[in-house]
Design a protein around this ligand. Structure first.
Ligand SMILES: [Zn+2]
Length: 264
């Protein structure tokens, strides 16, 4: 599935998600923003050595152009911790823009909340159940793929929110493609069950691994949408750790619009 540019040429969106009433989502490219090299320009991370004022301005800008919701950021550690952002948590002020939540996946059914995942080669996997009106955003690097954080998150949406994976929609953001996901030591790093996703001698197709894990978790193949954009091949558009280890992080964001949801 193709991504479309939107507004000032630095937001990308998935057409199938755009069609969903009351769903807000976006992938911000690195174009625009206030950060200077090597974090130019829309770096969303406070954890990479960038000027905090520039990051704060970038985050504010993204918030403004995506509907001014309550933005929930994560402190990601390539683990499998999943955090649900509940109405109570929002009411207590736990989920605020400046306090990152230590987790690699976020789930919410609270209108107005925006779940943000920051990446530079890792995948942001966005999920939406249009009937239960629940969204999730997953940080999935190769360690996340090995640990199947995708499957764990879908299970949590089922057990905690009554979601049905059969009607869920998934979108896999720009990330390291099979062209560039080289793992020379794959025999030590990648478990054997994932070896069928090897391409050539040392490369892996993590897009296909995520699709496989989503389908195994119950999603239908037609509801899984990939960006098809490799970050390493497009370092002018997206931050890529493999292209330059000292770099920024771009954000993928998903949330529910307050106006639509309030009618339910
Ligand atoms: Zn590539």
């Amino acid at each position: 599935m193709f991504l479309v540019k939107n507004r000032q040429n630095y937001l990308f969106q998935f057409p199938p998600l755009l069609k969903m009433p009351g769903l807000v989502h976006a992938v911000a490219s690195r174009i625009g923003g206030n950060s200077r090299p090597p974090f130019d320009g829309m770096n969303m991370s406070h954890g990479v050595g960038d000027d905090p004022e520039a990051v704060t301005a970038n985050r504010k800008r993204l918030r403004q152009i995506t509907g001014n919701g309550i933005c929930v950021y994560t402190r990601q550690n390539h683990g499998t911790s999943i955090r649900a952002i509940t109405r109570d948590a929002v009411a207590r002020g736990e989920a605020v823009q400046t306090e990152p939540v230590p987790a690699d996946a976020l789930i919410t059914d609270v209108p107005g909340v925006r779940l943000l995942i920051q990446t530079a080669d890792c995948q942001a996997v966005m999920l939406f159940d249009p009937q239960k009106r629940v969204v999730a955003n997953i940080h999935c690097g190769w360690r996340g793929s090995v640990a199947d954080i995708i499957g764990h998150t879908v299970l949590r949406m089922i057990s905690g929110f009554g979601c049905d994976p059969g009607r869920m929609i998934a979108a896999i953001g720009p990330s390291l493609g099979p062209c560039c996901a080289e793992f020379v030591n794959f025999q030590d790093e990648i478990p054997r069950p994932l070896w069928p996703f090897r391409v050539g001698a040392h490369h892996f197709d993590f897009w296909r691994i995520s699709r496989h894990q989503l389908i195994t978790a119950g999603l239908s193949d037609g509801n899984v949408h990939g960006s098809g954009i490799c970050t390493r091949c497009n370092p002018h558009l997206f931050f890529s750790y493999r292209a330059a280890p000292k770099t920024g992080r771009f954000a993928a964001l998903i949330g529910l619009d307050e106006n639509i949801a309030s009618r339910h």
